[in-house]
Design a binder for this molecule. Structure first.
Ligand code: HMH
Length: 221
């Protein structure tokens, strides 16, 4: 098996679920301007809870990079990711009141609980750096790809949602995702078949969980 560019190989193999995660009906409705704003508000509240749980997961990756990585710059990319999560939390706190969303009242829905529990399972020291760095890339890349779609020429994204789309769809965030992808591909090149299988399973689980997460915005959970 040709191992270089493993991520693109997997994305081609699993393109149906990847497309489901990156071109979800919520995203398509933002892009075509027909978005139901109550769906956006549900997503906003749930994503705030998710991002808070994402921070300790990323912290656990930082520790694994420091212990296991052969490249000292990995840690700097992960640290920049943590810094953007700090900005994201501040952004949610300023965005929520604009929509009448009370962040302290949010009850995590099942898909969110499932996702947070999955992240917690990956925080175990038994889970390899190669697995978690690839999962980290996938989680960030789904949002980057999704929201960048809402900024493309011809998109009819409502003005009040453009800033949200910019947050994850901007070029800087795209470059950061590419840095994560390079790290993941480099690790995957040297990985054993057992690790490769574990990463592929985890990657598919992320894509499923992302679809379920977007589905929560429908509010029929
Ligand atoms: C559910 N996936 C979800 N929320 C996010 N904020 C991201 C990915 C990207 O940070």
């Amino acid at each position: 098996v040709e191992k270089s560019g493993m991520i693109d190989t997997w994305l081609m193999k699993h393109r149906l679920i990847y497309t489901g995660a990156t071109r979800h009906p919520l995203i398509l409705s933002i892009r075509d301007g027909t978005v139901d704003l109550s769906a956006y508000k549900r997503w906003l509240g749930q994503d705030y809870i998710f991002v808070r749980a994402f921070v300790p997961f990323v912290a656990s990756i930082l520790i694994k990079a420091w212990k296991e990585s052969d490249d000292a710059t990995d840690m700097e990319v992960i640290l920049s990711g943590m810094a953007s999560l700090n900005d994201e939390i501040a952004w949610f706190k300023s965005e929520a009141p604009k929509w009448g969303v009370q962040l302290t009242d949010i009850v995590p829905q099942k898909a969110n609980q499932d996702y947070c529990r999955f992240l917690e399972s990956l925080m175990s020291l038994d889970v390899k750096y190669t697995v978690v760095i690839t999962v980290f890339w996938a989680i960030e890349a789904v949002y980057q790809t999704s929201f960048a779609l809402c900024l493309e020429d011809g998109s009819k994204t409502p003005a009040e949602l453009r800033e949200t789309c910019q947050r994850w769809g901007n070029d800087g965030f795209g470059q950061y995702c590419n840095s994560l992808k390079k790290i993941a591909n480099r690790r995957l090149e040297k990985a054993s078949d057992d690790v490769l299988s574990a990463v592929e399973v985890a990657l598919l689980r992320v894509l499923e969980l992302e679809v379920e997460f977007w589905n929560m915005s429908r509010g029929d959970a």
